[in-house]
Write a protein that binds this ligand. Structure first.
Ligand code: FEO
Length: 390
């Protein structure tokens, strides 16, 4: 597939992966993108997961025929992209690896001491690799999402090779793929979410470039309406509000907390809250719950006291949020406890280090099951939360 006259897609689709990066479900599979730039010198942008080395090398050879590549540019060392470096170098003995010093340090660890000292070019911020017509400008992108990452800007075709940035879950050969934002948001907050500050730094550098096409290492090549994608990345990385609305994330042991959550959701909808999302943490994809928590402006946590602590799924969820710098939200709590309730206090304690959380005045305390008293608390909380949207 041609991206431009000289840039050709040579990546692969993976429908065998059960959990991407060991924890993300990917019902639509995964794409490991790789691109070939055909110029006086021929460069290949990143390799692919090691299970697909032969297919990837076949794609490269199908484009090149008798020619051979000069460079393998390694932007990111995570094995979904670096898994075929050795296969490439064995197949093309004249080629050299172009990457950051940190990436070569990582190669040594991944490849039993091998860091290709005799066939490598070390590059970093501001270095330009001249392929002939195409000039590749390297841009340091540390922690997006590993420390060694470089992105690459081709100033001739105005293409940004963005490493994991702007990537999404899902293979390319899916008939009706999930909408970009849905799976890119889940990918972003799951994988890159902790590093908002570093993404902001890269976006600032990108703003100075004339970018017509973005070529990420996962998901589709983006060539139209780039402002839409850049704006979303700006919102996500600055922990801003993408969509107005309330997310209620809950756990429920016997269904009584669930009934209270459903009552709150009904009341919020009746009072005109623009979006109300309810997630059962024990039965949902946790990465979907995490992306919802960052997407909307208000978060309600509802759980039970459990072993003088909180229910495990809620504990895990809160940990996912705090380690990703959860911030800038309105927050409310609902707790259920039959004899010594500590859930609200415990949840609040876990969120203590988060910046700019605006706690609702009202909360809900359920003692085993809803009664008139706790129903009135649900009504008061719904009233308070809904007032902000009027
Ligand atoms: Fe697609 Fe961070 O690897």
């Amino acid at each position: 597939m041609e991206i431009t006259k000289d840039i050709i897609f040579v990546g692969v689709n993976d429908h065998d992966v059960d959990l991407f990066e060991g924890h993300y479900i990917v019902p639509e599979g995964m794409a490991y993108n790789s691109y070939l730039i055909a110029d006086d010198k021929i460069a290949v942008m990143d390799s692919v997961d090691g299970h697909f080395t032969d297919e990837w090398l076949g794609n490269i050879k199908a484009v090149l025929g008798d020619k051979t590549p000069d460079y393998l540019i390694v932007q990111h060392m995570e094995p979904d992209h670096s898994g075929s470096i050795r296969g490439f170098l064995a197949e093309f003995p004249e080629a050299v690896v172009v990457s950051s010093q940190k990436a070569f340090n990582m190669m040594k660890n991944f490849y039993e001491g091998e860091d290709f000292a005799d066939r490598r070019v070390i590059v970093g911020e501001g270095v330009v690799l001249d392929l002939g017509k195409h000039k590749l400008n390297f841009v340091a992108a540390p922690m997006v999402h590993w420390p060694e990452v470089i992105m690459t800007y081709d100033s001739t075709d105005k293409v940004l090779f963005s490493a994991d940035g702007f990537g999404k879950f899902g293979a390319h050969d899916v008939e009706e793929p999930e909408d970009w934002a849905c799976e890119a948001r889940r990918y972003y907050f799951g994988i890159v979410g902790k590093y908002g500050m570093q993404v902001q730094a890269v976006l600032k550098k990108a703003a100075k470039l004339d970018i017509q096409i973005i070529c990420p290492l996962h998901g589709p090549v983006l060539s139209e309406n780039l402002g839409y994608y850049l704006d979303l990345y700006n919102t996500w990385s600055s922990y801003g509000v993408e969509t107005k609305g309330v997310v209620i994330s809950y756990t429920s042991v016997y269904g009584n907390t669930k009934k209270a959550v459903e009552l709150l959701a009904e009341k919020l909808e009746a009072k005109g809250v623009p979006n109300v999302v309810v997630n059962d943490l024990a039965r949902s994809d946790i990465a979907e719950c995490v992306e919802d928590a960052f997407r909307y402006d208000t978060m309600v946590f509802a759980t039970t006291t459990f072993n003088n602590d909180i229910f495990p799924f809620m504990k895990e969820f809160l940990h996912h949020l705090t380690e990703r710098n959860f911030q800038n939200k309105r927050v409310a709590f609902m707790e259920n406890g039959s004899w010594a309730p500590v859930a609200t206090k415990t949840m609040k304690g876990i969120l203590e280090g988060c910046k700019n959380l605006d706690y609702a005045e009202n909360g809900v305390k359920i003692v085993s099951a809803l009664n008139d008293d706790s129903r009135a608390q649900v009504e008061a909380l719904a009233e308070e939360l809904a007032a902000a949207y009027k």
